[in-house]
Design a binder for this molecule. Structure first.
Ligand code: SAH
Length: 196
């Protein structure tokens, strides 16, 4: 089989599984009542929405009419494209683990649910935002499969607003859980486990 076709099929299949996992867990959490919501439309959220729109648009072009963005195809070593495949699959497995740990506390918005519990187990025992880390590692890895520079750069740009979003989220969680969250912050890393 033509190598490019193989990577195209792998990209579409891996993305479809990832989207299926996300849609499933989002569906599990529909219809709950929120207690407190962070409604501020910050620059970070606007930047994130724009980056995601750009990413999906480019992804659609790459899948359906790749000739339109041929200009951005780079000769990435095949090994790096396979590394992208491996990392993306690991990313899906981690996403399932993280969703199962966060349970009904998960939301696409920054909010506190009714009867919101602080989760400090599983992936949350070492890292405060494992979902954001995994989501971004997944987007970057899956983009490596395409060997399209525009997609890789857009995936990196999606990661940037999360530095601000995580900070805003922590303010909300401190407001809700006070000392308990402050103590939790001391023993965890924001995006990666603490080294010491
Ligand atoms: N930022 C986390 C969670 C993303 S889902 C991560 O990257 O893994 C976003 C929701 O998770 C927010 O509405 C927030 O209220 C909730 N949340 C974040 N950390 C939490 C924790 N340790 N325990 C319970 N809820 C949490």
């Amino acid at each position: 089989m033509d190598e490019d076709l193989l990577f195209r099929i792998l990209f579409i299949s891996i993305y479809a599984v990832f989207a299926g996992v996300r849609i499933y867990y989002r569906g599990q959490n529909l219809g709950r009542e929120s207690e407190k919501e962070y409604t501020q439309k910050t620059k970070a959220i606007i930047a994130l929405i724009l980056a995601i729109l750009g990413y999906f648009l480019t992804m659609g072009l790459w899948v359906v009419i790749p000739q339109t963005i041929l200009l951005f195809q780079i000769s990435l070593p095949v090994l790096i494209r396979w590394f992208g495949v491996g990392m993306a699959i690991i990313g899906i497995a981690l996403t399932v683990w993280i969703h199962r740990s966060l349970g009904r506390q998960y939301s696409a918005k920054l909010e506190i649910q009714k009867e919101h519990k602080l989760i400090i187990e599983g992936p949350y025992s070492r890292v405060r935002h494992p979902m954001y880390t995994t989501l971004n590692l997944f987007s970057i890895s899956v983009s490596l499969i395409t060997a399209n520079l525009l997609l890789i750069l857009l995936a990196i740009s999606i990661a940037i607003p999360f530095f601000w979003i995580a900070r805003a989220e922590e303010e909300l969680l401190i407001e809700q859980f006070g000392e308990e969250y402050l103590e939790y912050m001391k023993i965890t890393g924001r995006f990666f486990p603490r080294l010491a």
